[in-house]
Ligand binder design. Structure first.
Ligand code: SF4
Ligand code: SF4
Length: 102
């Protein structure tokens, strides 16, 4: 089992999730983060930290986002390993509001 990042994360990258992950399994792509499924220990600590509900248990991913499971599994190796909170991308706040969060 693993947790995965869906495309709600596109353009946001608030990275609150990264700060709490005990095993540092987040990787940064150009537009979003992904999780290394082999390193994730399924603790779920990152889920409540995400302001746009972008992180799911792989067995609870909404149907319209199921492709995210394979996307995370394939793309984490192409990402940059990040272990600390970063500044959000430009427009992140606007995107959060557009998604209906806060
Ligand atoms: S907190 Fe959520 S939106 Fe922000 S980087 Fe993490 S998964 Fe993406
Ligand atoms: S579920 Fe736990 S181990 Fe997996 S990415 Fe989130 S914080 Fe890290």
């Amino acid at each position: 089992m693993t947790f995965v990042v869906i495309d709600n994360c596109h353009g946001c990258r608030f990275t609150d999730c990264v700060a709490v992950c005990p095993v540092e399994c987040f990787y940064e792509l150009e537009k979003q983060l992904v999780i290394d499924p082999d390193e994730c220990i399924d603790c779920g600590m990152c889920v409540p930290e995400c302001p746009v509900e972008a992180i799911y248990d792989e067995y609870e991913v909404p149907e319209e986002h199921l492709s995210a499971i394979q996307f995370n599994a394939e793309q984490w190796e192409n990402g940059r390993h990040i272990t600390e909170t970063q500044y959000p991308l430009p427009g992140a706040e606007e995107r959060r509001k557009a998604l209906g969060f806060g």
